[in-house]
Design a protein around this ligand. Structure first.
Ligand SMILES: Cc1cc2nc3c(=O)[nH]c(=O)nc-3n(C[C@H](O)[C@H](O)[C@H](O)COP(=O)(O)OP(=O)(O)OC[C@H]3O[C@@H](n4cnc5c(N)ncnc54)[C@H](O)[C@@H]3O)c2cc1C
Length: 389
């Protein structure tokens, strides 16, 4: 089989890229290790920047998002006692959209047949060959039969653990990494959220986040050790802890209910550069990870593939080599700023085992400064809604 661009991974970066290339008349093929149902059932990000919602509009895939998504004009930081509102609308004139990653995936997947996007689900043993040549290949197997996919370019949209980044020789790339000494224990429940807006709470017991997927489905997180045994956290214990960490105002408004999903996710900051090697381009989590505190992971995946699709289309349509050569540095400029913001909010809102009372007082002082300084709130708001492309 031959195609213009072979895309590894049918997460948000792979599927958005496939739709953008197809919209421009190119022929991408997506290889995905998992089944369609598995991809649709993954519970992940939920806050979309304007740059991401604009992109879905550009693809004419935004109708359900506008009908069912929740426009948020602000969010809160909590210091264990009071709520500090970051008024996105007043500070920036903009807003964010709360619409689950699984819903974005569903809209992208539902449009696959009508748009003529080819996706091979449950493609096993994906291996990249000759990526530093002009004729790269991917071999894979499906139902026990081996296949070869020839392409002019390969897009590595295969997440943090996929094979694409690993196909780049270690001597070529540089890795920057910070692994945080804790994770997020998440709970999903069909109960109304405790607030109309997200609340990021710094409490002496640890961080907590109150968020939602809809007016009737809540998503909460608490900071917990990465090796936490979920059996030790029955729902009631999580609700009790949330009620304490979110503070008296928001904690008192929690509606409890049975969890429909419970999981623990590690927190990591990670950047691999450059995001190109020969005919292979990395996008999304394959090249970078942010801790979810700034809600940037999915949004960065979307901005990467915006840059990458522009560059690939310019190459196929006008023979423009410059855009492809500039892809990595263009994408990284935005990635590093999102890494900074995600690291800053993570550092501000979590309890670190190595912290002394000094760092704890620094966090308190910073939160007090944010509460009383419009300039500080404006800076947070500008980053939260997403920096321009
Ligand atoms: C548990 C979890 C919770 C998260 N929560 C948040 C959040 O609250 N807020 C936020 O902003 N971000 C969050 N993120 C991050 C966000 O979900 C990611 O940034 C986003 O999914 C990146 O999209 P992607 O397409 O680059 O990668 P992915 O979504 O990881 O997609 C990669 C795809 O590649 C496929 N793949 C992997 N290996 C192979 C292979 N060998 N062959 C073929 N296909 C392969 C995978 O199955 C997957 O479908 C979370 C991530 C995780 C893992």
């Amino acid at each position: 089989m031959k195609c213009d661009v072979a895309i590894v991974g049918a997460g948000p970066s792979g599927l958005i890229l496939a739709h953008l290339l197809r919209q421009a008349g190119l022929e991408p093929v997506v290889l995905e290790r998992r089944s369609k149902d598995y991809v649709l059932s993954r519970i992940r990000a939920g806050v979309l920047e304007k740059t991401t919602t604009n992109l879905l509009e550009r693809l004419n895939l935004a109708d359900r998002m506008h009908a069912e998504g929740l426009v948020h004009e602000g969010f809160h930081l909590a210091d264990g006692e009071k709520l500090i509102r970051i008024d996105l609308a007043e500070l920036t004139g903009s807003s964010v959209m709360v619409y689950g990653q699984s819903e974005v995936q569903r809209d992208l997947i539902d449009a696959i047949p009508a748009r003529g996007v080819e996706v091979v689900w449950e493609a096993d043993d994906v291996a990249l060959h000759d990526v530093d040549s002009d004729a790269p290949r991917i071999t894979y197997s499906k139902n026990g039969t081996s296949h070869t996919l020839e392409a002019r370019f390969i897009a590595g949209c295969d997440g943090f653990h996929g094979p694409c980044r690993k196909a780049i020789p270690e001597t070529v790339g540089v890795t920057h990494e910070r692994v945080y000494p804790f994770g997020w224990l998440g709970i999903l429940a069909d109960v109304p959220p405790c607030d109309d807006e997200l609340i990021y709470a710094n409490h002496a017991n640890g961080f907590a986040l109150a968020s939602m997927r809809s007016a009737t489905r809540s998503r909460y997180y608490i900071q917990a050790p990465v090796d936490t045994n979920l059996d030790e956290w029955p729902d009631e214990r999580i609700w009790d802890e949330l009620a304490v960490r979110l503070g008296p105002e928001a904690g008192g408004r929690i509606t409890r209910g049975a969890s429909i999903e419970k999981s623990i996710a590690p927190l990591r900051s990670f950047v691999f550069e450059p995001m190109r090697h020969g005919s292979l381009f990395l996008a999304g989590d394959s090249a970078h990870i942010v801790p979810p505190t700034g809600a940037k992971g999915l949004n960065l995946a979307a901005s990467d593939v915006t840059y990458l699709s522009d560059a690939l289309i310019a190459w196929f349509k006008q023979g423009d080599q410059n855009a492809l050569d500039g892809y990595s540095s263009r994408a990284l400029a935005r990635i590093w700023k999102s890494e900074r913001f995600s690291w800053y909010l993570t550092s501000l809102m979590h309890q670190f085992p190595e912290h002394s009372s000094f760092e704890r007082e620094m966090q308190r002082a910073e939160l007090d400064y944010i509460a009383n300084s419009r300039a500080a709130r404006e800076s947070i708001a500008e980053n939260y809604i997403g920096l321009p492309l």
